[in-house]
Design a protein around this ligand. Structure first.
Ligand code: ADP
Ligand code: MG
Length: 373
């Protein structure tokens, strides 16, 4: 299982991992900002660290960049421990939310800056700036414009160009798209995916936005309260969330508290409120064991009357959000003493429900996520 794999102490010289975060903890006084995190980052992969605000994402990235040192553990780049190496000697490009461009300098001067710091030959600098402009698709005649005159999206492209112009081993991105409006954010998402595909860059990207993580990352590391909850592909995490936190944070999931009444031979039943929920299981449960059950909004059917599903309940519609291609509901299920999110995909004309309607919701046992407490 991914969580286990990530937490086990593999030797740092793991096959193709270019960066190895190995048992890293960061304490600030009594606060543990990062708690024994191990992530082997593969050469050329786009890894997204996903977690809520305060989870320790920036702290982790700062330790890779060298702005901070681990209290415990070590980070290896190409099998070399880096904690004692100053930031400017690490071969790393950075883009943060505050792009930290020099607004009065031109596009070219901004992009050339890291090359000049590295005392490169002027002819080489001009050539590399041109290549970087091409890669981020900024027209060549933007070279001489002051960065402050550019739009938000164009400034974003300059920041990316400056971070990758000296061909670093690793590109670190800390919520780089979070200050953009929705449309631009979506555009830059696919631009980042394209840039990653056109280079052999290893990217470590931090975000609190699940859509951003699911749409861009090769693998996602879910972190909460400083600790790694799960490390897997987007599909792996979505289909098999390892922990209640992963289940709840990714996707639209309702969690229910239940008590096991039956739990053998691949089928389990948990008492929830005055009702019961049937689920499929490979695990063994003890009678009376407490469990948390996760229900994905899009796996739940909502109809006017009976559903031939093992889990079928009468409900009342509390909220309706019509979104065209789908409709989001919040419904109260008295038998389960719960409010549940339901997504109705592509409802035809006359198929949506209204607030206060009585409906039936239902789901298959295989669609219930189950976590022992
Ligand atoms: P994220 O980027 O996921 O929002 P951070 O890594 O910025 O989270 O912060 C994780 C925790 O560490 C937070 O509780 C934050 O207040 C704390 N923290 C971060 N940097 C410092 C610092 N320099 N001194 C003390 N506490 C810090
Ligand atoms: Mg942060």
């Amino acid at each position: 299982m991914a969580l286990h794999e990530a937490n086990s102490r593999d030797p740092p010289a793991e096959h193709d991992s270019v960066v190895h975060i190995d048992g890293v903890t960061k304490e600030y006084g009594t606060l543990t900002a990062v708690d024994d995190v191990s992530i082997p980052i593969r050469d050329g992969e786009f890894l997204t660290i996903l977690g809520p605000s305060g989870a320790g994402k920036t702290t982790l990235l700062h330790m890779i960049a060298g702005f901070d040192t681990p209290s415990e553990g070590e980070i290896y780049i190409n099998d070399q421990p880096i904690s004692d190496e100053p930031p400017y000697e690490r071969d790393i490009g950075l883009v943060f939310q505050s792009l930290a461009l020099f607004p009065h300098m031109t596009v070219e001067e901004n992009i050339a800056f890291p090359l000049k710091m590295r005392r490169q030959d002027l002819d080489d600098i001009a050539e590399q700036v041109e290549e970087a402009l091409e890669l981020v698709r900024l027209p060549a005649d933007y070279r001489d414009k002051p960065v402050g005159d550019l739009s938000g999206g164009q400034q974003q492209r300059v920041a990316f160009a400056r971070a990758i112009v000296y061909e670093p081993t690793l590109l670190l991105l800390d919520e780089p798209l979070s200050s953009l409006d929705k449309k631009l954010r979506e555009e830059m998402r696919s631009e980042l995916t394209r840039i990653h595909a056109e280079t052999d860059l290893t990217i470590v990207h931090v975000t609190h936005n699940q859509t951003e993580a699911l749409s861009m990352a090769d693998r996602i590391a879910v972190i909460n309260d400083g600790a790694l909850e799960q490390l897997d592909t987007a599909e792996g995490i979505y289909m098999n969330p390892a922990t209640p936190f992963s289940a709840e944070f990714i996707g639209d999931t309702t969690m229910l508290d239940g008590t096991i009444t039956e739990g053998e031979s691949e089928r389990g039943v948990a008492a929830v409120g005055r009702g019961e929920v049937t689920f499929e299981t490979e695990a063994d449960f003890e009678p009376e064991q407490r469990v948390r059950l996760g229900l994905r909004a899009e796996r739940i059917a909502i109809v006017a009357d009976a559903i031939p599903a093992a889990n079928s309940y009468e409900a009342t519609v509390d909220q309706v959000g019509f979104e065209g291609s789908r409709t989001q509901y919040s419904v109260t299920v008295p038998a389960l003493d719960a409010t549940i999110d339901v997504t109705q995909q592509d409802p035809g004309p006359g198929q949506t429900f209204e607030r206060h309607d009585t409906v039936v919701v239902g789901w298959e046992p295989a669609d219930v996520l189950v976590y022992p407490e």
